[in-house]
Ligand binder design. Sequence first.
Ligand code: FAD
Length: 512
Amino acid sequence: MIACLGRIVHDNDAESKLDDDVSTISKSLELQGSIESGDVLSCSASKDFGGLYSIKPLFLIKPSGAEDISRVVKFAARTSNLTVAARGNGHSINGQAMSDGGLVIDMRSTEESHFEFLTINDSPHIDVSGGALWEDVLTQCVSRFGLAPRSWTDYLSLTVGGTLSNAGVSGQAFRYGPQTSNVTELEVVTGKGEITVCSETLNSELFFGVLGGLGQFGIITRARVKLQPAPDMVRWIRVVYSEFDEFTRDAEFLVTQEEGESFDYVEGFVFPNRDDVFDGWPSVPLDPVHEFSPGHIPQTAGSVLYCLELAFHYRNSDHPSTVDTVVSRILGRLGFVEGLKSQVDVSYTEFLQRVKRAEEEARANGCWDRPHPWLNLFVSKSDIVKFDRTVFKTMLKDGVGGPMLIYPLLRSRWDNRSSVALPDGEIFYIVALLRFVPKGQSVEKSVAQNQEIVKWCTQEGLDFKLYLPHYQSIQDWKRHFGNQWSRFVDRKACFDPMAILAPGQNIFRRDP
Ligand code: FAD
């Protein structure tokens, strides 16, 4: 069988034999799931949301669960050169879920492998598949149990395993930490093909390695996620600032308050100070009926404005005046521009699915399927004023054709045993440049501007890290991980010594 595959690998144009070989391999691996080859590969596994890379694998495997995945990894280990990439929902930007001529595992085919509710030490948890979408976890948890995970991403058509391999960050992370801080147990298929259950106390090196581990140490097939009672409703609020120091002062104030003294969700974004329905101040109000009056924008405002986006959870049984009182009390402590406030009340699930509506619009106007040269950074509080002055106020004063997020996070909510690399200091900001490149405009220009920003941050010695990192050279990876690099290498040697997993991250290379 290995010989058979070796022949395919070295004779890629033997298309006519491919179907026979697929069926031979499938049978000898005794997969419950299926293997696909041919044209189907060019439309799914060879692409991602970024749209910047197209890399064709040899086969796309649709496993039925961990056993199938283990067989595939062990099989790859017996060949001289095959690598294995787990593909969540392919929402990476830079080909991270791809494998050049290797095996791509479509994790979505395992989405229904697990869905079990558990109570551990009186706390509710849910076991879900690594291939499940967060939007399905939300729907099931709320409708069946009235419960929900505590920490989210803004967009929920991402897989559990995909976000846990990075971090998973949204406006709840200041309180509960990223999604990686909200799982208590994982089932993982390592690079040796072993199916291993791990947690803080059981195989802990694998557990923390895999969390934020960029898929390098194992494929997450099951995650145990902490739950809490789901609220019924959310008051969703946006308030605008003209001055960056006032914006950051209030954002940092909110993320450092005790629960009950702050909102349940705190995010922020920067937008060009212009009359543009797409990305200027007319795009900010949540309720289109109540537009902002430009007269409220101070004369002293610069090229960009800042918006804090906030949410307050409540139950249908809460009296409206109680909600008003609490929200007014917290808002009363903030210094946003008077008159530049907008709010709506929406259901909890509607709030969490808010980016889905943006997706539907982007799909309708064709820009969802165009390239997305996104750049995500974590920038230390100590350097954020400098970053704002040069990057937002100058380089990006005309926007990026999409949202430019910026909001503070607390390092103490992250577990430093996980593999994620963070800046120093307790408070750091996530900066997300979510670029949409309009038809006819150059992707290269956007990519070049991203590179210019990263280069400037490096040259100026800013304390920053890339989130969802992507590098071409091992030197850059070493710099990224800093003093965590040797731990990362040791974990690789232990759990994926042949460098079979997640080749698209471009960190380790399987020797031929
Ligand atoms: P993929 O892109 O398929 O895979 C990502 C990496 O993880 C690959 O290296 C892959 O091999 C590996 N991998 C996939 N599944 C597994 C698994 N089960 N076990 C081990 N490794 C695996 N991120 C945030 O933190 N917050 C956000 O609010 C947010 N919003 C986003 C909105 C959009 C529209 C998009 C496109 C992305 C967003 N992201 C956000 C980034 C997102 O978290 C990452 O791109 C994530 O990797 C996507 O998940 P995926 O399931 O598509 O993974």
